[in-house]
Design a protein around this ligand. Structure first.
Ligand SMILES: Nc1ncnc2c1ncn2[C@@H]1O[C@H](COP(=O)(O)OP(=O)(O)OP(=O)(O)O)[C@@H](O)[C@H]1O
Ligand SMILES: [Mg+2]
Length: 615
């Protein structure tokens, strides 16, 4: 394993620790977004585009040839008309074959370059997506505390799409510009006044395009925003369906959806309206150009100043000339949108993960499980003005010891568990495992030795066996059953028609709260961590079952260090030692009996907790 080779092991003991699922199954994204924030958005995304430079520039070259062939076609037909039909100096057959060849080649190249361009675009899209997702998985809990993760994903999807669309569209439109230049040079060399007539409507075409964009652009933002509103309402209704139903609030929710749907309808109808009013002009202005060329050019032909072939070529070019002007408005709009999207993507990519392994971090191998909180100060916010959750917190848990942490709600008990797993870094002091500061060891190895079970276990929508073996996908069925048995989950799982192969619903909702907690405990036990933290992990499990779990735990993992955070006397009684957490520090420590006798605050907190439990 790479990581182990790079870093020096902290212990001499052969490592029993293997991080799970750290091997990539897919190649990494081929390019990164330039981290230099002072650069423009296109320059920052360039490394990802350049990672595909052969296909990208190859298809662009093909596109250029295809477009030049398209410009050449009217010129070839012009010669054909003049030489084969009017002058009869060359056989018509030759021109028929030439036109077929040019046209056929152009069709073939167009197919190849479009295929290549879209393929590259979707590869860029996929790289950008993988890059972003990889980054999101590395961001610290602090980021997710501040951000709505659902929004992140949906926003990332549409933003990546708009950047990708622009990256595909920009080269295409630059090709039409090339076409424009070649055509106009050709026309000027043939007949200057006729060319001037042909390009006369172009300013009008451009002006219409800009006008339409100015009207549509704000509308498109409104539509996007309202679409998101509708999506949020629907999403909340589905995710929160249990709450909605239990308050009989269906009608209010439907009203709310109807409101956002009406608002969306207004914006979309306005969009259609604007388009309908402008499209007749946009579509017919080119015809005005053709008309002018036919009138003036026809007169020139009768007068013998230009040939019939030239007139034909000019009418063909009139339409071709307008393409870039028609698309310019849309191009600018897409550019603006892509820029805004890219900036939102970069905002996430520029978010620096707060918790990262030090370059010289070593692996924590065979842990004994001595836990030490040394004068720890911690606040969630980054400002000194934010209240410190922990201040001068000192606690040592010896290997094999079971310590219960007791404290009022909000006193910082779960925070202690999160600091031990280094999900946040302390502001002052240190958290040590076996004497090593957790900031000096790799996160993967630290968490490999730490089992953390919370009161809200998240289960994946896979089978129970797969949920239990999540941290050790290679575990045998016997191991899974043994872990489930210790967590008192085996009995109820066996009673399910499909047993361990039962697929649980989203977030495990097909199970009761207590059943879910037991599955989560089994999942943690399977990893046989040396340190175990049960944070209200048995709150939904009844006292008898809980007792059995603790009993099994003591047998199965004797010698492990355990921290239990509990509200119940029955749980607390199992601990060797109890610490009382108050005002961010350990206010008292001792056995349950000792504290009951000597510490009035302890009895008081316990009384509160028991009340809360009954309520
Ligand atoms: N992610 C967070 N961001 C900001 N503040 C937080 C965060 N998590 C907890 N807090 C705050 O830190 C304090 C301690 O929270 P913690 O979850 O550690 O309490 P607790 O003792 O586990 O409470 P409970 O018994 O209710 O589980 C609380 O005041 C809480 O509001
Ligand atoms: Mg808590």
């Amino acid at each position: 394993m790479d990581m182990a080779a790079q870093t020096e092991d902290l212990d001499d003991v052969a490592s029993p620790f293997e991080p799970v699922a750290v091997d990539r199954r897919y190649p990494p994204p081929r390019g990164i977004v330039d981290p230099d924030t002072s650069k423009g958005w296109i320059r920052r995304v360039m490394p990802i585009v350049l990672a595909h430079k052969f296909t990208f520039f190859g298809t662009l070259a093909l596109a250029l040839i295809a477009n030049l062939l398209q410009v050449a076609l009217p010129a070839v037909i012009r010669s054909g008309i003049d030489q084969a039909l009017t002058d009869r100096t060359v056989s018509l057959n030759r021109y028929v074959w030439l036109v077929l060849a040019v046209g056929g080649l152009r069709a073939l190249l167009t197919f190849v370059y479009r295929f290549g361009l879209y393929r590259t675009a979707f590869q860029i899209d996929s790289d950008l997506r993988n890059r972003l997702y990889e980054h999101l998985t590395r961001l610290s809990f602090g980021f997710y505390d501040r951000t709505q993760s659902g929004q992140v994903i949906s926003r990332a999807n549409s933003d990546i799409r708009s950047v990708q669309l622009f990256l595909t569209f920009a080269p295409l439109i630059s090709m039409t510009v090339v076409m424009f230049v070649v055509a106009i040079v050709f026309m000027f060399t043939v007949h200057v006044p006729l060319t001037l007539v042909a390009i006369a409507p172009l300013p009008g075409v451009y002006w219409l395009g800009v006008k339409l964009r100015n009207e549509l652009f704000p509308l498109s933002w409104i539509v996007q925003g309202r679409l998101a509103d509708v999506a949020t309402t629907v999403d909340e209704n589905i995710n929160g369906v249990r709450v909605v139903r239990s308050f009989a609030a269906e009608k209010a929710q439907i009203d709310q959806l109807a409101r956002s749907a009406t608002a969306l309808r207004w914006a979309t109808v306005r969009t259609v309206d604007t388009r309908a009013k402008n499209n007749p002009f946009i579509e017919n202005l080119p015809r005005v150009g053709t008309l002018l060329v036919l009138i003036y050019g026809g007169w020139l032909v009768i007068d013998g100043q230009v040939t019939e072939g030239t007139l034909f070529a000019f009418t063909a070019y009139v339409t071709m000339l307008q393409a870039p002007f028609r698309m310019l408005g849309m191009f600018l709009m897409m550019g603006q949108r892509a820029k805004a999207s890219a900036e939102r993507i970069y905002e996430m990519l520029d978010e620096v993960p707060e918790i990262i392994d030090r370059p010289d971090a070593g692996d924590l191998t065979a842990a004994e499980g001595r836990i030490e909180f040394d004068d720890v100060t911690f606040r969630y916010g980054r400002n000194d003005a934010d209240p410190a959750v922990l201040g001068g917190f000192n606690l040592v848990v010896e290997p094999g010891e079971t310590v219960a942490i007791v404290g009022r709600t909000g006193s910082g008990k779960s925070t202690v568990a999160r600091l031990l797993g280094r999900f946040y870094d302390v502001d002052d002091g240190a958290v040590r495992v076996d004497g090593h500061d957790v900031r000096d060891i790799t996160q993967a190895s630290l968490r490999g030795h730490l089992g953390l079970v919370t009161d809200e276990p998240f289960l994946f929508s896979v089978s129970l066996a797969d949920n239990i073996s999540y941290g050790r996908p290679d575990a045998s069925r016997e191991d899974v059953v043994a872990a489930a048995t210790a967590a008192q989950a085996h009995d109820f799982i066996s009673e399910l028609p499909e047993g361990y192969d039962t697929v649980v619903g989203e977030r495990g909702y097909t199970l009761s709260g207590g059943q879910r907690q037991r599955v989560a405990i089994a999942r943690t036990l399977l990893g046989a961590p040396q340190m175990l933290v049960l944070d209200d992990a048995t709150s939904a499990i009844d006292v008898h079952v809980e007792e059995k779990i603790h009993h099994a735990l003591t047998e199965q993992l004797s010698g492990r260090t355990t921290i239990v955070i509990a509200h119940r006397l029955s749980t607390i009684a199992l601990a060797d030692r109890v610490v009382l957490l108050e005002e961010g520090r350990v206010a008292a420590s001792g056995t349950h009996r000792e504290l009951m006798d000597t510490e009035p605050r302890y009895a008081e907190v316990l009384a509160h907790l028991e009340d809360g439990d009954d309520a």
